[in-house]
Design a protein around this ligand. Structure first.
Ligand SMILES: [Zn+2]
Length: 294
């Protein structure tokens, strides 16, 4: 997310960016169910995952209010038994065109939902993010900060630089969306001990070695498709309430290798859910409490 010379919004927030994170699959349809399953990359099987309780089921059974709001073509089964909200593009004419919406639609109602939370709450926002090949449709005009851009789905007709610029603009826009979400969480920190975990489903090839898009079989996919951003923001009251040693996590974020397999256990840990499926060794925050040796 570091774009030389461009002051990013998240850089001004107290976020922790994990530097070495790999995905479970190289496509949305594999990575999303895998991320929310107790199965991991090495033993993931779509049929087994479908017939098991997923992360959102476990959270709901623990009495947590769970909801899923979608702007990327559905939750691939992982939110079937919890509240899920699908965006109706006709409700947002300024933010949607031809059935596809900017991720700003996910912010609608968020402030209310967070402010009025009565119980422990997990809100999943499924961003369309940087999904291509129509990268130019992912952001409004004022986020077109890198030019020239590739304003077509026929990305092979664009110069490499135009393609990179367009992709970078999608990152500028996601930076904005995440900063808006953090702003909502900050406003409600004192009452609700808020935190955010952002994780991408897969990476993207942008012409490296002549490869584009994503979805190559995992074993032959290049690193660009299997390396993903993971960003965490924890409010001061969340950090204090959970006795978190921030320095410990910052250090781990720089040095340790993580993957989407960590999501399941980290969210259970963050929500203090006790269940036999929870593995502390897979929880990014476990072992980084104040007063413990690491
Ligand atoms: Zn995807």
């Amino acid at each position: 997310m570091a774009t030389a010379g461009l002051p990013t919004r998240l850089a001004k927030e107290d976020v922790i960016s994990f530097q070495h994170v790999t995905s479970c699959g190289t496509a949305t349809a594999v990575s999303v169910p895998c991320m929310f399953s107790v199965l991991n990359h090495d033993n993931y099987n779509a049929i087994t995952a479908r017939h098991q309780e997923g992360l959102l089921d476990v959270l709901e059974h623990a009495g947590i209010d769970v909801s899923w709001k979608d702007n990327d073509g559905g939750c691939k089964g992982v939110c079937d038994r919890v509240e899920h909200i699908t965006i109706d593009p006709s409700k947002y004419p300024q933010q949607c065109a031809e059935g596809t919406c900017y991720d700003s639609v996910l912010l609608d109602g968020l402030e209310n939902k967070v402010r009025n939370a009565k119980h422990d709450t997990v809100i999943v926002l499924h961003l369309i993010g940087s999904h291509g090949p129509t990268y130019f449709k992912r952001y409004p005009e004022k986020f077109r900060v890198f030019t020239p851009t590739c304003d077509t789905a026929e990305i092979q007709d664009c110069s490499q630089q135009a393609l990179l610029n367009t992709y970078d603009n999608t990152i500028v826009y996601t930076d904005y969306i995440l900063s808006r979400i953090i702003s909502v969480l900050k406003t409600n920190d004192l009452q609700h001990n808020t935190a955010l975990l952002y994780l991408s489903d897969h990476g993207e090839s942008l012409g490296e070695s002549g490869i584009y898009l994503h979805g190559l079989p995992y074993d032959i996919a290049p690193a660009e498709q299997k390396t993903v951003p993971m960003i965490m923001w924890m409010s001061p009251s969340y950090t204090e309430h959970h006795n978190i040693n921030r320095e410990c996590i910052v250090k781990n974020a720089e040095n340790k290798e993580y993957s989407q397999d960590n999501l399941f256990h980290t969210i259970l840990g963050m929500m203090s859910v006790t269940t036999k499926t929870y593995q502390p060794g897979m929880d990014i925050l476990a072992g980084c409490e104040n007063g413990t040796a690491h």
